[in-house]
Design a protein around this ligand. Sequence first.
Ligand code: MN
Length: 749
Amino acid sequence: MSDSDITLKEEELVEQEFQALLNDYSQSIHRQKVEIIIKAYHFAKQAHKGVRRRSGEPYIMHPLAVARIVIKEIGLGSTSICAALLHDVVEDTDYTVEDISNLFGPKIASIVDGLTKISGGVFGAQASEQAENFRKLLLTMSEDIRVILIKIADRLHNMRTLEFQPVEKQYKIAGETQYIYAPLAHRLGLFNIKTELENLSFKYEHPETYAEIEQKLLLSKEAQLASFEEFAAPIRQKLTDMGYEFYLSERIKSVYSIWRKMQTKNIPFEDIYDLLAVRIIFTPKPDMSEKDQCWMIYSALTGIYKPHPERIRDWISTPKANGYEALHVTVMGNNGQWVEVQIRTQRMHEIAEKGLAAHWKYKTGVADETELDKWLRSIKDILEHPEPSAVDFLDTFKLNLFASEIFVFTPTGEIKTMPQGSTALDFAFMLHSELGLSCIGAKVNHKLEPLTYVLKGGDQVEVLTSQQQQPQQEWLDYVTTAKAKSALKAFFRGEDRKYIRKGEDMYAHILKKHNLMEQQEAVLHRTMRFYNAQQPRQLMLQIGKGIISEEELEKVVLPKRKSSWRRFIPFISNTNEQTDDNLVTDNNPETTDIPVSNKKQLVLTEENIGSKYHIAACCHPIPGDEVLGYCDSEGNITIHKRNCPKADFLKSSDGKNIYSAIWETHRQNTFIDTIELRGIDRVGIIIKVINIISQDFKINIHDLHISAEGGIFNGIIQMYVYDTTELQQLCDAIRKIQEIQSVQRISNI
Ligand code: MN
């Protein structure tokens, strides 16, 4: 063959490919703007003239192939087809974006510009470079989604022709495809493209395993197809009887998805039973909703084959975030094999096949925002708050691409899509950044849960907020969504500074006012310890934000005053005093629903408690509690609560030595008692509780244990109180603190 023969043959090949493109276009639903496509083709062809791909083909074959993917597999129109034809012109030739703009208009030029900017690929030599490229990719995507769709088409063709690249380049391109492009395609609803990208990546990353599985698949293919025909026959009959226009299609799992299943379930190829999936695609009748008709077909199908009770997926009531709708059911075929059947209308099918573009086609001018629109908006949000560490950004964003989704409900029953692993705090940020920043917890299915609660599908979540809430650094560990992370980081960077400065001023003012400047180091240390602040800036931030009031701060800063301790009765003393004369004749039998001797009743007074009568250490009753006395063999009388387990034992074993008892105390002595509190953890909350106990009630605290986890704190406070009335009033007062969820007296610690 001579050189000119080759050129002629190639010329023919190129022309054929172009005609195929025009043919694809003419069959699409788009307005027929053929002239501009012809113009773009000729322009690109002469711009790339004389250049060949590694495969040896004329270069123009690549833009043509990309343009065909754009129309046929993604369903985009003439603007995108032109941009696809021209996508490598600016990068590889001397033409500029202005040239494109002059010839084809600003819209096509800006898409080509976007494609040129991200042509470097995501994987640069260094992590920071990768991240920067990735940011560019997202930026162009949020400006015009068509940029990323064409980029995906470009990548798909490069993957289809990867065999011509040297091995080290194959690895790089395959890795990048697996890492970024397949998840992106998934997110954009391009299911077929995603599957193909994953499969091709796998082929180049694990060539031997790929070949092995492919071989086995080939061998079982015939059997699978035969069983499909057998399986489909009664379904076809039934749907015809129902009067539906429909078709059935079968799909064999991809090599990659088989391999993934083998890996995750740790099973051999032979144990994968659902190699075959069947689709029922039908044209719905006009007088009934699509959803109802899908369920009618479901009902017909399960009348023929037995469904797997746990494997129904209703993506119609709640479509996936990428817009996917269908009803999935797994049924048992005649040969005892499980077969997944997907029931879709024609419209749902197109969305499933072409993703986003089909979405737009079916959007009938209603201003309703799809999940995809929301996702794109969230990308813009993130890009508007660029993080200093681009690598962090890449990580958090990538996480979101990979995560599978769950559905959760708002209190009004609205459905929200969240990545799996999202916490209550993520949910708050998803609704609104302000909600996230002021979130104190959530009611999940009407139960109080901390910020860290990991959401489960179907949870109903109500976000609880407070004006005084202050995001903490550790919150970054509680969130997984990119939106929450970037909002928090933006907050920590920006907002804090001015409050810290204000706090420092207030603090200095108080020190000066009380002449504490000379001891400022010790004072600062003490104050920080009091508020559990790790760094001065944390403390200053709380002061600056007014969470610690000036008044409160003054009390903490000033040297401790001598407190007036109350007199207190110990539980047990070792006295062996005679007790006979303390027994009095019973004349007050009103409290006796238990087998307590009502012959004699003990009267407990300030004077005899602790000397004649001892307070039991097991249940330590205080005045106001229903009590009884037990007289042991040596004559010592111990006072127990009536519901004390030990008293129960004594009642049954030694009932004759049990005496009823009443209190006649006059608030002179105090008794130790313990309360437990639970609430939302926040700096300043402990001081609020302590203020009520010691300032308002003048109660002395004996011991205090606070533990906090995931934004919920638990406190156990031992203190000296006069009686149950005082304790009750105290608990009521503490309960009024907004963040406190529960306060209760506990008997045994
Ligand atoms: Mn290209």
